[in-house]
Ligand binder design. Structure first.
Ligand SMILES: Nc1ncnc2c1ncn2[C@@H]1O[C@H](COP(=O)(O)OP(=O)(O)O)[C@@H](O)[C@H]1O
Ligand SMILES: CC(=O)OP(=O)(O)O
Ligand SMILES: [Mg+2]
Length: 361
């Protein structure tokens, strides 16, 4: 099956053509570039299916063929993932208009975490708020985790279902997930992709008491607060850049103090999330790093590894290549790997599975 995959992330729109499970074409556009979907369709119109990544699927537990009712449900989740959901809805509508005869499947980041134990999924809030079980932790980057798990199994020669891993997706969005029995059992992102580690433009976790204090002393609308936390915090907020790690590293190399401090906080918070995730496992088989930063900036991953000695990781020589590899020293008791992000392959798998289910019915 030839599947056109569309992955609107917070910093770029990634598009690929996957034919029979293998990626055969790839392109990425800056989020601000207009017409990405039209360009992709013009290039790859001869396809059997289209798969679109949605970070928030609400209660959806598996990829699903898109119809108007599904889109209306996904639209209701927009305020829970404002950096992503509107774009996914927009590209889905556009691709349905451009390719009206091709089935479109939505694949959800949240599905990988749907079996998260209650202890990890619940917030300690008044039960009148949580009675409907909607105000809970969902988790994101699930397609990326699913692929990293599969690939780590191949690289270590182990059955993925038996592996106990910590998976750190380090891109513009950053999250850390504990994986056991083939699915997420705890993860740093929660009700929205704002919780947890520090990110390119998102704050990650902040004491809710600090936010209450700010709301009382410098009143602002919910929209202004959301804009500050989703778009004007993280690396961007601390350095006055756009949050792209390349620019922050360059600023630090020029001796800019704000950039150096931001990198320290970034690294510290990532290590802390990795340590926390390990607590949901009974043993640690490996730590796997994926996402755009792991792919393009392996030196950042080395500096994170230096902080993980307590978990039994010993940093090795991290050659800057574009292949999946072990990045810990040969005698490291626990290996760490860099696996290049391939959400596109999971999107294509999801589309094939959803359409096979539909045709069996
Ligand atoms: N050559 C590169 N191309 C793209 N991203 C890069 C490159 N080098 C480093 N990066 C880092 O990868 C980040 C984007 O990661 P990615 O996983 O693609 O983000 P997202 O999917 O969240 O939009 C950028 O913020 C940047 O810091
Ligand atoms: C969930 C999320 O933050 O995704 P991305 O890293 O692709 O922006
Ligand atoms: Mg991404």
């Amino acid at each position: 099956m030839r599947v056109l995959t569309l992955n609107p992330g917070s910093s770029s729109m990634k598009v690929s053509l996957v034919d029979g499970g293998t990626g055969v074409g790839w392109a990425a556009w800056d989020m601000t570039a207009p017409g990405a979907v039209a360009h992709a369709v013009a290039r790859w119109s001869n396809v059997d299916a289209v798969a679109v990544r949605f970070v928030h699927g609400g209660s959806q537990k598996a990829p699903a063929r898109v119809d108007d009712a599904l889109l209306a449900n996904l639209e209701r989740l927009t305020s829970l993932a404002p950096n992503h959901q509107p774009l996914s809805l927009q590209v889905t509508r556009e691709v349905r208009r451009l390719l009206p005869d091709v089935p479109v499947v939505a694949c959800f980041d949240t599905a990988f975490h749907a079996r998260m134990p209650e202890a990890a999924a619940r917030y300690p809030l008044p039960r009148s708020w949580t009675a409907q079980n909607r105000l809970r932790r969902y988790g994101f980057h699930g397609l990326s985790c699913q692929y990293a798990l599969r690939r780590t199994g191949e690289l270590l020669g182990r059955d993925p279902a038996e592996l106990q891993l910590v998976c750190a997706h380090v891109g513009a969005g950053v999250s850390v997930t504990a994986i056991r029995d083939g699915h997420g059992v705890d993860t740093s992102m929660g009700f929205t992709p704002l919780e947890g580690a520090m990110m390119a433009t998102r704050s990650g976790s902040v004491d809710p008491g600090l936010l209450l204090h700010v709301m009382q002393t410098a009143p602002m609308s919910p929209a202004e607060l959301a804009d500050a936390l989703f778009h004007r915090s993280g690396l961007a907020g601390m350095t006055g850049t756009d949050g792209d790690l390349r620019r922050v590293l360059a600023a630090a190399a020029r001796g800019e103090q704000d950039a150096s401090v931001a990198l320290e906080v970034y690294r510290h918070r990532l290590c802390r999330e990795i340590g926390a995730a390990a607590m949901s496992l009974s043993r640690l088989d490996a730590v796997v790093f994926t996402g755009g930063v792991a792919e393009h900036q392996p030196s950042v991953i080395t500096s994170v590894l230096d902080g993980l000695g307590v978990l039994g990781l010993r940093a090795g020589n991290v050659p800057h290549t574009d292949v999946d590899r072990i990045v810990t020293a040969e005698d490291s008791p626990v290996p760490a790997l860099i696996v290049l992000p391939r959400e596109d392959l999971e999107l294509a798998r999801g589309a094939e599975a959803a359409l096979a289910r539909v045709s069996v019915r």
